[in-house]
Design a protein around this ligand. Structure first.
Ligand SMILES: [Zn+2]
Length: 142
């Protein structure tokens, strides 16, 4: 059986505990506000960094795109240059082949002319010898 006096004591104890809690909580509330402010500041900084990061990323993409475009243009120019050189080389080879064919044609024409005149078909020298005809200049048999 609880007496009235005990009951009051108990109430007083509870009230004191409650008071203590309030007293203890006050600095925590204060600290919470500071932390909230700090958090808000950090959020703001994060947002700013995020914006800056996006800007840098865009700048990077722009530079990368530009670089790739320049590389492509360079490659196309190099390809065009290689093509031009190859074409030039082919033309040179064709001209050389044509020149050699013309030389050979002239050589055969000259050789036939010498043979018709009874001369050495190799050098145009006079032929001699009794049984086998031999060139007096180059010594070759006709
Ligand atoms: Zn000869």
């Amino acid at each position: 059986m609880v007496s009235y006096k005990d009951y009051l004591k108990e109430l007083e104890r509870i009230a004191n505990d409650d008071m203590k809690k309030h007293i203890d909580i006050a600095p925590l509330e204060n600290e919470r506000e500071l932390l909230d402010a700090e958090l808000a500041k950090q959020n703001q900084e994060n947002n700013e960094l995020s914006v800056k990061f996006n800007e840098l990323q865009n700048e990077y993409r722009k530079l990368k795109y530009q670089h790739e475009r320049e590389e492509n243009e360079k490659e196309q120019l190099e390809r065009a240059e290689r093509y031009r050189q190859q074409k030039q080389e082919n033309a040179r080879k064709a001209a050389e082949k044509e020149r050699k064919a013309e030389e050979e044609r002239k050589r055969i024409e000259q050789s036939n002319k010498w043979a018709e005149q009874g001369l050495c078909r190799h050098c145009g020298g006079k032929m001699g010898g009794l049984f086998t005809k031999k060139c007096k200049s180059c010594g070759k048999e006709s």
